[in-house]
Design a protein around this ligand. Structure first.
Ligand SMILES: NC(=O)c1ccc[n+]([C@@H]2O[C@H](COP(=O)([O-])OP(=O)(O)OC[C@H]3O[C@@H](n4cnc5c(N)ncnc54)[C@H](O)[C@@H]3O)[C@@H](O)[C@H]2O)c1
Length: 251
């Protein structure tokens, strides 16, 4: 399987890339973190990826994404699947979020997905698959994350709308909406890691969070397993879905 993965240098995107590598896939790994990308590419090759191409790209740039996808097609062949995991989160509530914060979240988290869907649709084989990593914040309001929640709602919506158009070609498009997952993005939100973990798991009335019924923060591999299922033929009749992978946090 030939798969393009964005956000592959860290966290969830990295876990998905390494899980796909176990299956011997050919991988095009994109991220704007050049060094992180090279480290993951090395690990993916050691894990079993048949071929690995890397390219530093800012998904907010339509031209940059187009050039990167063209290179992936030229060097690896027609892609079977696309995973969009690149994303940013800079906390900010209604009062303190600046116009710049707003635009940056929309450009990367929603625009990035849009650019990849467009460039992907031009190249994916018929009956291919797309998985977009959005967030449970797309459907559950969160305090202190105004721009992020809006950008993730847009990412989920654009994926399902694109999926409706691409269904005619048998291309399936699904959204994963994770909850708290142990990655650098999550740890950056918690100045005190243990207090943050406890508040996420047990709930925090001050921020209207109910907690995580399964009693644990997700590991990136938990999300990777679901992504690989959705990309696989086992999910051949599943499309246009938004799937929470959050231990029940959005009950
Ligand atoms: N960690 C969580 O708790 C959590 C929860 C819900 C959703 N998510 C989503 O999962 C996805 C992965 O996040 P993560 O937790 O692994 O975070 P992470 O910070 O570990 O990884 C995100 C990756 O995206 C890359 N990236 C950021 N901006 C980019 C850009 N403009 N162009 C290309 N690459 C860019 C980063 O360099 C990084 O490698 C994100 O979309 C995030 O919103 C994470």
């Amino acid at each position: 399987m030939i798969v393009i993965v964005t956000g592959a240098a860290s966290g969830i995107g990295r876990a998905i890339a390494l899980r796909l590598a176990e299956e011997g896939g050919a991988l095009a790994l994109f991220d704007n973190d050049r060094e992180g990308l090279e480290m993951v590419a090395k690990q993916a090759a050691e894990t079993g990826a048949s071929r690995v191409l890397t390219r530093p790209v800012d998904v907010a740039s339509a031209d940059g994404v187009e050039v990167a996808f063209a290179a992936a097609e030229r060097d690896l062949g027609t892609p079977d699947a696309l995973v969009c995991a690149a994303g940013i989160l800079a906390p900010g509530g209604l009062a303190e979020t600046t116009e710049e914060d707003w635009n940056r979240h929309l450009s990367v988290n929603a625009g990035g997905v849009f650019h990849c869907l467009q460039a992907g649709a031009r190249r994916l084989r018929d009956r291919g698959a797309v998985v977009v990593v959005s967030s449970n914040a797309a459907r559950v309001p969160r305090t202190g994350m105004i721009a992020y929640t809006a950008s993730k709602a847009a990412a989920s919506a654009v994926t399902r709308a694109a999926g409706l158009e691409l269904a005619a070609r048998g291309i399936r498009c699904n959204v994963i909406e994770p909850g708290s997952t142990d990655t650098p993005m999550q740890r950056d939100l918690w100045p005190d890691a243990e207090a943050g973990r406890i508040a996420a798991v047990h709930g925090d009335p001050g921020s209207y969070r109910l907690g995580i019924p399964l009693g644990r923060i997700a590991d990136p591999a938990d999300v990777a397993e679901v992504a690989c299922f959705l990309l696989s033929d086992a999910a051949r009749h599943v499309t246009l879905q938004q799937l929470y992978v959050d231990g029940g946090a959005s009950l």
